[in-house]
Write a protein that binds this ligand. Sequence first.
Ligand code: DX5
Ligand code: ZN
Length: 218
Amino acid sequence: MNKVLIAPSLLSGNFADMGSDVKNMSDIGADWIHIDVMDGVFVPNITFGFKMISDMRPLSKLFFDAHLMITQPIRYVERFAKAGADLVSFHIEAESDVDGALDKISSVGVKCGLAINPDTPVDTLIPYLGRLDLIVLMSVYPGFGGQKFIGGSLDRIARLKQLRDKYAPNALIETDGGVTTENASEIIAAGADVLVAGNAVFGATDRTAAVRSLRGRA
Ligand code: DX5
Ligand code: ZN
C-alpha cells in the first residue's frame, strides 16, 4: 500500500497571514496543501478565489489541491487550474455537465478531481471514475472546518474503494472533513489515500506531531 498523504486545509489557517501558513506546510511534513474555495451559494461560507492561489503559488513547491465548492464550476475550473492549482476538484452536485468541466480541467494539463457530498450515493460517481485522479469524499457537510466526522462515511469510503479498484485503479480517495488524530487510522483502514486535515493540524500545538500522528506514526 502507498503511504497515506496528508493535506492540511488552509481554511483553518490565518487568512490575514496565509503566506506564512503556506510556507510552513513543507516544514511540518505535509504532502499536499488543500485549498477550499467557497462561493457563498453552493455552501454557506465565502473564502477566496484565483488571485489567492496565484499569489500563494511561488511560496511552496507542495502539491496544490484546490477544492471548489462553487455553483456551476464549469465557468471557472480552467481559471483555477491556470492560477497554479495542481489538481482541481469540483462537486458532482454543483454541475450538470460533469464531463465538460473535467474536459476543461484536463485541457490545462492539471489533474482532475470530483467531490461528493454526504447525502449523494457514492455510485453516482461511476460514470466518471475512469477520468479522475482524485475522488473527494466529504465526511462533513461542506462549508466549515472543525465539524464532527459523519460516522457512516467509513462505509462510503469502503464502497468507493471497491468502485475505485474496479473502474479507476489510479485514482486516489481523499477524505475531507472531521479527520482527527483519533479517527485517522480507521479512515485509512477503510481505504482513504489522502486525508484532509484542517482543525487537526492548525488547532494543534505541535503541527509536525499532528501530521505524523495522522499518518499513523506516533
Ligand atoms: C469543509 C472543507 C474542508 C475543511 C476540513 O467544507 O472542504 O476541507 O477545511 O476541515 P476540518 O479538517 O477541520 O474538518
Ligand atoms: Zn475541502
